[in-house]
Design a binder for this molecule. Sequence first.
Ligand code: AMP
Length: 332
Amino acid sequence: MDTVVVTRTSDLRDRLDATRRQGAVPDRTVGFVPTMGAFHEGHRSLMRAARAQHDFVVVSLFVNPLQFGPAEDLDRYPRDLDGDLAVARLEGVDLVFAPPVEEMYPDGPPRTTVHVEGLGDGLCGAGRPGHFDGVATVVAKLFALAGPATAYFGRKDAQQLAVVRRLAADLCLPVEVVACPLVREEDGLALSSRNRNLAPAERTAATVLFRALRSGAELVEGGERDACRLRRVVANVATTEELVRLEYAEVVDAASLEPVQVLEPGVRGGRGGNEVLVAVAARVGGVRLIDNMTIRVDGAGVSVDLGVTVAPTTPGVRGVPEETGEAVCAAG
Ligand code: AMP
């Protein structure tokens, strides 16, 4: 079946309601992949994860002005609707929702916004005030429009993942949030739509973020459990490239985003999570990049997840991610 494109919120809601009503019991399930477009292998991995699990896959494609600050790159954010629709077709997406700004915000900026207390202030939130309120608000709107669904998010945006999980739980939205592995280029650079805006020398230098995380991973795998020393090593490596200006390197609980002192089970922030996030952000020329790794800490020890690597590509055909970390998307 061909991919259908809709631009109106009412069409999205009607089609998904009709889809869920169709067919036998249990109802047909909906897999939802929210994006800002300019698709790369990271987006495609989410579409494939949704395609593998659901009868119907919907992808939203909306560059949300609410999550960009006045001095940020809203105007320069890559847009490629035709290319994106071709990719969506290749991935067997059933429905693309690509609304204009006036459709999502018909009365201008909304008076009702969503603020997830405590999760949007640190890390990227410190340098991008209001960003996660913009994210939380648009995701709440999209979830309200989509209705019962399973939504797929990448671990690349780990703070966003924490915010979205919390807002879905706090607001009792009928959406299960599934986290999918961070996808990297062969040289380790985390895939990002913004990579298109890097000059060649910047593109090369940007791999330092992965090298920094890998140094941290090696340290942890060698037995280091002190988060402060881990943070220092990651930050030291990340500051070795002239073209890369590190904004932060932090070691936090992956759910509460509170700082972690020691990598051991059950002692972080009193919330009982078992994932520690090592997150970095940097400016490379005019482009802001983020990257991270997840350390799972339990009674059996630690395991480090740096994500997965895209296999070598043939021209015009993007590769399938090869596993270097976690095997499948983890629900939760
Ligand atoms: P964006 O279009 O950048 O807002 O991203 C849409 C979704 O794709 C989000 O859930 C991101 O976390 C996910 N995503 C972006 N880049 C990657 C990546 N390199 N690996 C995995 N997921 C990604």
